[in-house]
Ligand binder design. Sequence first.
Ligand SMILES: [Zn+2]
Length: 470
Amino acid sequence: MVGLLLALQVSTLSAHSPAPAVYDRVILGGRVMDPASGLDAVRNIGLSAGRITVISGEAIQGRDTVDARGLVVAPGFIDLHAHGQTPETYRFYALDGVTTALELELGTADVAAWYRERSAGERINYGVSIGHIKVRMAVMHDSGTRMPVSDGAYRAASPAQIGEIAHRIETGLREGAVDIGAGFPYTPAATREELLAVFRVAAKTHTPIHVHIRPGVTGLKEALALAAETHAPLHVVHINSAGLAETPALLELISAARASGRDVTTEAYPYDAGMTEIQSATVQDVYKNAPDERLAELEWPPTGERLNRESFERYARIGGPVVIHTNTEPMVAAAITSPLTIIASDAYWQDGTGHPRTTGAFARVLGRYVRETHALSLMDAIRKMTLMPAQRLERQVPAMRQKGRLRVGADADITIFDPATVIDRSTYREPSLSPVGIQHVIVNGVSVVAKGQAVEGVAPGKAVRGQPLR
Ligand SMILES: [Zn+2]
């Protein structure tokens, strides 16, 4: 009887005044910043079924409320260069504001298996390229695990093997790879014919090829020539570490190529040291016969020691990541603040250690280059982390058309941070520290970071794939 009366009262109420919409989650009172529309104002955002349903100055209600007063509400950050693709690194990325992490440089040799392994869902959205380095390792039967160390690096491929490499790259795209990855210094024996074959696949399928170029102006000119000859879309990864002292010249070359209508983009990470596997060709080729002064550029992360001939050879037998101190802060600043660059972390993590960019790249740009040095406006920094990476991929990756923007209908991937405190904390000695100031991170409408802490036991992240027919 009581239940019937209540039901009557509810139906009477709703007959007279339409019930206000109740969203799954609302984000109230934040400074909403959207580089695509230019919106920069205090708004309330309502999310339902994993999408943004309303952005309004009016009061709205939700089953769950995020208080964003005093905070910036931005599209979730998109990282085009995230090597770690494990639950551990997805957690690091989320704490740094990243809602989509893609491994597009090394990539994988088996796209179908890569996505299958993650099909139960992850903390954040994920995706991978079909990688020339990894495919070459498979075709040439390289003995390395992570990067080529034998024939994958040092033996020229036969015409039949080049054909097989190109065929496997096309297969990867048909299986939904986001795009194509390559790293010329990791595969020094790959001939121009082989690289042209890979670029032709990129051109034919209108797929961007993400290339770790050979060093400096010469290296960039080589990649630009391959792209010009084949008409392949080109993305030059980490221009800061590719360019070092020549970074401004590289940026000018890319600017000129774009001005003449070429489809060329680039990215940078905000640290003045790099890191890679000590056994890889890119380290061995440079340091194998180097004098002690050069070897001192290398730092062994577990101990913090700078290397010499004896320690270099000892650690090269063991294997593991090595820190490479070859850049300067002015060159990093030139790369980060250029309007050409997307922010991408090059996150690198292996056996419990890695580069601090794995845990702090995005917070570091917001804290150091926006708040502390005023080298970038907040809107420009957000654009480099959201809209620009989405636009780089959206022609071939439909999911990217709904990411990197705050608008009704877009995926509810949202990062909420405190612009007054946001900063990275990780160092080369202590690279696993999460940043401060990244307060809330939402992936497909689900909270994965709340009040600065990781939410455990959630896996709303979905696969980001290229369209299979291309
Ligand atoms: Zn690289």
